[in-house]
Write a protein that binds this ligand. Structure first.
Ligand code: CA
Length: 234
């Protein structure tokens, strides 16, 4: 479970984020000003900060700098300003990503997961093991029963996105957002095509899946077919 600090002066947005994050299994803390937010960064030691750039007391860019002076916590900036200079300044100041207002909560949580994964991955060289499948993030390679798989970039990204949530059904929309960076306008077909390529490389088919289970109308999950307690429900 991740702890998220929300620094936002608009009570409606703040409450919506706090409630929504809690519903999605995060622990959410809130602060209404830049100074209170900085104190919370130091006091609560959150896993990630969601920072509104338009705060009443301190300019958002300054808040980023103050947080960065004290902590390496990932920061996602929330801004109503849909302009490149603001984004570039925020990223240059030390933010990791940004979300534009108005936003949907699932966009925000997808960004949070992506940023947390990126920052955690950067600090870890441990491969992910799922049955006989071994996925090395650091070298972007994967082996199946010791044999190196030849995966194209998107195939590897797709496998990694599923492996990071092994056993969990991941929606095609989430995969489009994270692997292809196209949450809206992306086609499920893109995911299906890469999935079938990935299946072929894993030596399985949609009719007889082993690692990659499609859950109709919901998404895909990576499972360990060698696990004793694994029973396919469909
Ligand atoms: Ca504001």
């Amino acid at each position: 479970m991740s702890s998220i600090l929300v620094i936002e002066d608009d009570p409606a947005v703040r409450d919506a984020l706090e409630r929504g994050l809690a519903e999605r299994g995060c622990t959410a803390f809130t602060a209404a000003t830049g100074i209170a937010g900085l104190e919370a960064v130091l006091g609560e030691r959150p896993d990630l900060v969601l920072l509104d750039l338009g705060l009443p007391d301190v300019d958002g860019m300054t808040v980023i700098g103050m947080i960065r002076a004290a902590s390496a916590v990932p920061i996602i900036v929330i801004t109503a300003a849909d302009d490149d200079p603001t984004m570039v300044r925020a990223l240059d100041a030390g933010a990791d990503d940004y979300v534009l207002k108005p936003f949907r909560l699932d966009q925000v949580t997808a960004r949070i997961r992506a940023v947390l994964r990126r920052t955690r991955r950067a600090g870890s060289s441990e491969p992910i093991r799922v049955g006989e499948l071994l996925i090395h993030q650091a070298t972007r390679t994967a082996t199946l029963a010791g044999d190196r798989l030849t995966l194209a970039r998107r195939e590897f990204d797709l496998l990694l996105a599923l492996a990071e949530r092994v056993g969990e059904v991941v929606s095609k929309r989430t995969l489009l957002a994270e692997v292809w960076q196209q949450a809206d306008g992306g086609s499920d077909r893109t995911v299906d095509v890469h999935l079938s390529w990935l299946r072929r490389k894993l030596g399985e088919t949609a009719a007889e899946p082993r690692y990659l289970e499609s859950v109709r109308g919901v998404g895909i999950r990576l499972v360990d077919p060698t696990a004793e307690d694994h029973r396919r429900s469909s």
